[in-house]
Design a protein around this ligand. Structure first.
Ligand SMILES: [Mn+2]
Length: 124
């Protein structure tokens, strides 16, 4: 059974995304996808979203993004299936209202999905 944890990213989104998309962990980035932003510019886009929210009067927060980890048992899923499950889970949980990057890590016996996400807010 998959186990899910949620943490807060408070330091930099840039280094968090660089870490999770590491080619050595993600089968040369084959197992990386995104929603509402592009993988390459996600950190900048997350920062921009935060700035825009502030400008529109949303309360400022020290939390830059959430960091969701979904771990599978050893042998439970293939890397491709893990990534597919990660996408479905994200889309059910976030309902298209958050931008996210999804990376499936295959550098350990237990495959796990790592997903930084951030609420998108429409301009008022
Ligand atoms: Mn990992």
């Amino acid at each position: 059974m998959a186990v899910t944890k949620i943490k807060a990213i408070r330091s930099t989104v840039d280094s968090a995304i660089a870490y999770i998309t590491n080619p050595a962990k993600t089968d040369e980035k084959l197992l990386v996808s995104s929603f509402g932003c592009s993988v390459e510019t996600a950190a900048k886009e997350f920062d921009w979203t935060k700035e825009m929210a502030k400008q529109h009067g949303m309360p400022d927060t020290k939390i830059l993004a959430r960091h969701v980890i979904q771990s599978f048992d050893v042998g439970e899923v293939s890397p491709e299936l893990a990534h597919e499950i990660g996408k479905k889970f994200a889309d059910e949980m976030l309902g298209g209202k958050y931008e996210y990057v999804l990376a499936t890590h295959v550098d350990k016996d237990h495959i796990h999905n790592v997903r930084p996400d951030r609420a998108m807010r429409k301009a008022v």
